[in-house]
Write a protein that binds this ligand. Structure first.
Ligand SMILES: Nc1nc2c(ncn2[C@@H]2O[C@H](COP(=O)(O)OP(=O)(O)O)[C@@H](O)[C@H]2O)c(=O)[nH]1
Ligand SMILES: Nc1ncnc2c1ncn2[C@@H]1O[C@H](COP(=O)(O)OP(=O)(O)O)[C@@H](O)[C@H]1O
Length: 204
C-alpha cells in the first residue's frame, strides 16, 4: 500500500508574504510537493493564467461547487470567495505525494478540523510595523482599509498558537529554508521509513 502524502498548510495574516514565499518555494527545482491551485471569484490580475495561478470562477459557479461539496474549505476574503478543490487534494495525497496549500486563516481553521493530521505552518511578520509597511507598499489599499487589515492581522496573529510551527518571514529565502526544514523533519518524525521497514519485516 502506498504511504499517504503529507498535507502542508501555509497560512498567516494578509500581507505577511504567503504568496511571495509560496512562489519562491515552487521556483526551486528541488521542491517535491504539489501545489493545490485554488478556485476564486476574484478577477485575474495582469499576467495571471487560469489553471496556473487560480481557477477563476463566477460567483454562481463557486456557490455550486460549495453546494456539491467540492471544496475542502472556502472563505470570503475582501469581497471574493477562495477555496481548495477537495478531489485534487485527496487524490494527490492518496498517490503518496505531499500537497501544499497557501490559504488565509479562516480556511486553515476548516482544514484543521477535516485534516487534523496535516502540518500547519503560520507565517509571521518580523513585527507589526513591518507588516504595515508590507501592506502599505503593496499599493492599492486606502488608509481606512490598511487600518482594517491591521486590526484583522492582530486578531489573526493571536491564533498562531493553534499551528504546529510558526515561521518568521524576515527574508523570503530564510522563510523558505525554514519551511523546507520543517517538512523534512516532519517526514522523519512521522516515521515513514520505520513504517516501510515494519512492512518489509512483516512480509518476510
Ligand atoms: N481560504 C482560502 N484562502 C485562499 C485560497 N487561495 C488563496 N487564498 C488566500 O486568499 C488571500 C488573497 O489572495 P490573492 O487575491 O491572491 O491576493 P494576495 O493578498 O496578493 O495574496 C491570500 O491570503 C491567500 O493566501 C484558498 O483556496 N482558500
Ligand atoms: N520577506 C519579505 N521581506 C520584505 N518584503 C516582503 C517579504 N515577503 C513578502 N514581502 C512583500 O510584502 C508584500 C505582501 O506579500 P504577499 O506575498 O502579497 O502577502 P500575502 O500573500 O500574505 O497577502 C508584497 O509587496 C511582497 O513583495
Amino acid at each position: 500500500m502506498v504511504e499517504k502524502g503529507l498535507l502542508i498548510v501555509l497560512s498567516g495574516p494578509s500581507g505577511v508574504g504567503k504568496g511571495t514565499v509560496r512562489k519562491a518555494i515552487f521556483d526551486r527545482p528541488d521542491t517535491a510537493f504539489e501545489y493545490s491551485i485554488s478556485m476564486t471569484t476574484r478577477n485575474p490580475r495582469e499576467g495571471e493564467i487560469h489553471g496556473v495561478d487560480y481557477f477563476f470562477k463566477s460567483r454562481d459557479e463557486f456557490e455550486a461547487l460549495i453546494e456539491q461539496g467540492k471544496l475542502l474549505e472556502y472563505a470570503e476574503f475582501v469581497g471574493n470567495y477562495y477555496g481548495t478543490p477537495v478531489d485534487y487534494v485527496r487524490e494527490t495525497l492518496d498517490s503518496g505525494k505531499d500537497v501544499f496549500l497557501e490559504i488565509e486563516v479562516q480556511g486553515a481553521r476548516q482544514v484543521r478540523e477535516k485534516f487534523p493530521e496535516g502540518l500547519f505552518i503560520f507565517l509571521a511578520p518580523p513585527s507589526l510595523t513591518e507588516l504595515e509597511n508590507r501592506i502599505t507598499t503593496r499599493g492599492t489599499e486606502t488608509e481606512e482599509l490598511i487600518r482594517q487589515r491591521m486590526k484583522a492581522a492582530k486578531e489573526e496573529i493571536e491564533l498562531m498558537d493553534l499551528y504546529d510551527y510558526v515561521v518568521e518571514n524576515d527574508r523570503v529565502e530564510n522563510a523558505c529554508e525554514r519551511i523546507n526544514a520543517i517538512v523534512i523533519a516532519e517526514h522523519c518524525r512521522r516515521e515513514r521509513v520505520t513504517h516501510r521497514y515494519k512492512t518489509m519485516l512483516e512480509s518476510e
